[in-house]
Design a protein around this ligand. Structure first.
Ligand SMILES: [Zn+2]
Ligand SMILES: [Zn+2]
Ligand SMILES: [Zn+2]
Length: 241
């Protein structure tokens, strides 16, 4: 965190040095990511991504959309607009925040080019994979999580309604947000995230969207059950068969 001198922010452990929450999914030659926050450009460069087929959005908070302008590089090489999978309300926010990209009078050739694919709470497909949206709550704000086969990704939630919890039940891998140990108004705490993992009966759970207030990666992880791990930047996970 800018300006912070706590043990986590000064830590030399690379697992304590985090960019914004995002995930890149590669399956059978199709590659897409979930969210494009302020670190999107750096994350794409760091992961050596040379082709991106789509971006899925969970919600329109700045830490999940602010990097969208940098899809220009993918537009440049593919010659195509970037498909964005988002709810109508996220689309409205993106149109507002990146209004210059939607202004028909703006003919500057370096504009990001995007095309929307509307999603709601119904399953949709990218490539061969079917993706099941999961509607969770972020201090009252609707946020989409995604179940992709036996992997579920949920960020920025502090509540999962029972019907949605049923949809993710039995996911073998659960990636879920846990901000810190203390409760928070819009994010699961460590204890709450573990309770969701137990209800889902996930084989392995990775915690994401972690704040520096969580404490040092090595110390926190040593206190956790072996099936609950803290995610870290550049962590790579095999999708269960
Ligand atoms: Zn700090
Ligand atoms: Zn958020
Ligand atoms: Zn967030």
């Amino acid at each position: 965190m800018i300006g912070c001198t706590c043990a986590v922010c000064r830590s030399a452990d690379p697992r304590d040095q985090r960019l914004r929450a995002s995930v890149l999914i590669t399956e059978d030659g199709v590659q897409y990511c979930i969210d494009a926050g302020p670190d999107f450009r750096q994350q794409m460069l760091r992961a050596g991504v040379i082709r991106l087929d789509a971006i899925l959005f969970t919600h329109a908070h700045k830490d999940h959309v602010a990097g969208l302008d940098d899809v220009r590089a993918f537009n440049y090489f593919s010659g195509k607009p970037m498909p964005l999978y988002a709810t109508k309300s996220v689309q409205r926010a993106i149109r507002r925040e990146f209004s210059y990209a939607f202004d028909p009078r703006n003919t500057y050739p370096g504009l990001p080019r995007i095309t929307f694919r509307t999603i709601d709470n119904a399953p949709f497909s990218i490539g061969k994979l079917t993706i099941l949206p999961v509607r969770v709550k972020h201090a009252g704000m609707p946020v989409l999580g995604f179940r992709i086969g036996d992997l579920t990704y949920i960020t920025d939630a502090n509540h999962i309604p029972p019907r949605e919890l049923k949809k993710i039940s039995g996911s073998r891998i659960l990636i879920i947000n846990a901000l810190r140990k203390e409760p928070h108004v819009s994010h699961f705490s460590l204890e709450e995230a573990i309770s969701i993992a137990r209800q889902v009966r996930a084989e392995r759970t990775y915690l994401t969207h972690i704040s520096h207030q969580m404490g040092l990666h090595a110390e926190v992880e040593s206190e956790l059950p072996s099936d609950i791990r803290l995610a870290f930047d550049m962590l790579s996970i095999e999708l269960p068969e």
